[in-house]
Design a protein around this ligand. Structure first.
Ligand code: ZN
Length: 161
């Protein structure tokens, strides 16, 4: 009895979390995010300022995730090649992130920790994490592991060379 109740509550919390960060929300158009200055116009978040006056403000899903420290993507890099080419690899990652952020306002790097033998990166969207993993594999080969967790709500990526 207790056990099944707990399971149900756990599921409800998960569903609510998905709801909170859902990108296709029903928001008035245009809506402004006061944290990052993105705008929700006609069903999507964009950096373009709207032609109409903004009457509604709410934080976008990416800013909420960042504030809640609840990433959608996790990327780990390790291996001797990483250690030897750390700056080059991190530059590639930053470039991919800058391109994605310009096109998709909700896809951003949340945190980037780089140590001598490994780096850990979290992202606000699964798409960016996947793009980073694919860019590493395309440019530098190595071993890429990609796993979606919790349906497709989160992705775990490991790259090693
Ligand atoms: Zn925002």
């Amino acid at each position: 009895m207790f056990k099944s109740d707990f399971g149900r509550r756990d599921r409800l919390i998960k569903e609510r979390r998905h709801d909170t960060y859902r990108t296709r929300q029903k928001l008035p158009s245009p809506t402004h995010c006061p944290t990052c200055n993105a705008f929700f116009i006609d069903g999507r978040w964009t950096w373009d300022a709207p032609a109409q006056a903004v009457t509604h403000e709410t934080r976008c899903p990416a800013c909420r995730r960042t504030e809640d420290r609840y990433p959608a993507g996790h990327i780990e890099l390790r291996g001797p090649f990483y250690t030897a080419h750390r700056d080059e690899l991190l530059n590639l990652i930053r470039n991919v992130a800058a391109q994605e952020r310009a096109l998709h306002p909700l896809e951003r790097i949340m945190d980037l920790t780089d140590e001598e033998d490994h780096a850990a990166i979290t992202t606000t969207g699964t798409h960016l994490a996947r793009r980073i993993g694919e860019a590493l594999a395309r440019s530098y080969k190595g071993t890429l592991a990609l796993e979606y967790v919790d349906g497709d709500a989160q992705v775990q990526i490991a790259w090693e060379r």
